[in-house]
Design a protein around this ligand. Structure first.
Ligand SMILES: *Cc1c(COP(=O)(O)O)cnc(C)c1O
Length: 344
């Protein structure tokens, strides 16, 4: 893969902003280089722009090198950056599966980059051939999401590989829900595929949606491009310190994942008893996509009762569907009880 031929010229030639914190690294006793306030002693210094301390810990956890890791303000940041790095507005295009996570298209639209959608099969499986047929010489990125949102299923590994191997551009594989299906990750194959960017997040299984921390894993060359384009101090000191502490709770995360998977099983069992349920799609994530007889009415009746689910009735291939996040035991029970009350 010739990375330079894929990257926008202005980005390839970009001279990144050199912050005070990146010009001098190391120990010193007097810091008069960054116009900070020396009189305060807490959070008065700019944070590490590349978050090395946190990267070393997370990289170890994931079995990669810290240099293969990028941190963003949620996954939304690397989604936007990858488009800005590779796609020339009004000239290049992106190919993505449909239905999938809405942010890819929003970011493409914001950047004025054509967004080409390729339908999944009726059962939400991936057809690599159809994706590759949509590609032309201006296709820079293919977005895949596995487990996919809002369908919940893992995409077939061999089909994903077919796309990575046969596409001359960059494949972005969003693994936001991979903690619920950990054996399916492509992280161990990262080094085989120089054109692969994997996205993960602390927002789902880790239970840290509020702090906004997303990750991208890729070759050092691609990570260096991310670092060049990002805001110099995109992750604040509070988040960097806080997550270092949270990483010790990996055992807790695994307990949570197990409890959520049990909750998903409970919901599947209970929902399958209901006549108003037409189909429960198989899920590899922490939510279920369920087809109901009358999704719109059920949705608004649930809202009236203070139970909020996600109405996906208008989404491609999801007619009649509601997306239900697995909650606590009580929340799951409350949802089922409320559906019995509404009974459509
Ligand atoms: C929730 C989700 C994310 C996570 O986004 P953050 O910005 O990291 O919170 C990413 N991709 C998909 C498909 C998601 O559903």
């Amino acid at each position: 893969m010739n990375l330079q031929s894929l990257v926008r010229k202005n980005i390839w030639n970009l001279k990144a902003y050199s912050s005070a914190r990146s010009e001098f690294k190391g120990e010193a006793s007097v810091f008069l280089d960054a116009n900070e306030n020396p009189l305060s002693d807490k959070y008065n210094r700019y944070p590490d722009p590349l978050q090395w301390k946190l990267k070393e810990k997370v990289a170890q956890l994931k079995g990669v090198n810290p240099e293969n890791l990028f941190f963003g303000n949620g996954s939304d940041e690397p989604i936007d950056l990858v488009i800005r790095i590779f796609c020339e507005p009004r000239l290049d295009n992106i190919v993505a599966i449909d239905p999938t996570y809405g942010m890819y298209q929003v970011c493409a639209d914001i950047n004025d980059v054509e967004y080409r959608q390729v339908l999944l099969n009726e059962d939400y499986t991936l057809n690599a051939q159809r994706i590759l047929e949509k590609v032309d010489s201006h296709t820079k990125l293919i977005f895949l999401c596995s487990p996919n949102n809002p369908t919940g299923n893992l995409l077939d590994k061999a089909e994903i590989e077919k796309i990575i191997k046969n596409f001359a551009g960059i494949v972005v594989l969003d693994e936001a829900y991979i903690d619920f299906a950990p054996n399916a990750t492509f992280i161990n194959e990262l080094f085989q595929y120089p054109n692969l960017v994997i996205l993960q997040t602390f927002s789902k299984a880790w239970g840290l949606a509020a702090i906004r921390l997303g990750m991208a894993f890729a070759s050092v060359d691609i990570i260096n491009l991310f670092n060049k384009v990002k805001y110099p101090y995109n992750l604040n000191q509070l988040v960097q310190e806080f997550v270092l502490g949270e990483l010790n709770k990996i055992g807790q995360k695994e307990v949570w994942v197990k409890e959520i998977l049990d909750g998903r099983q409970y919901l599947e069992t209970e929902l399958s008893k209901l006549a108003c349920v037409q189909k429960i799609y198989p899920s590899d994530s922490n939510f279920l996509l369920v087809k109901f007889n009358d999704a719109n009415t059920l949705y608004s009746e649930l809202v009236k009762r203070g139970v909020i689910v996600r109405n996906r009735n208008k989404v491609t291939l999801c007619e009649g569907c509601i997306r239900i996040t697995v909650g606590t035991k009580n929340e799951n029970k409350e949802l089922i009880n409320n559906i019995y009350e509404i009974l459509l």
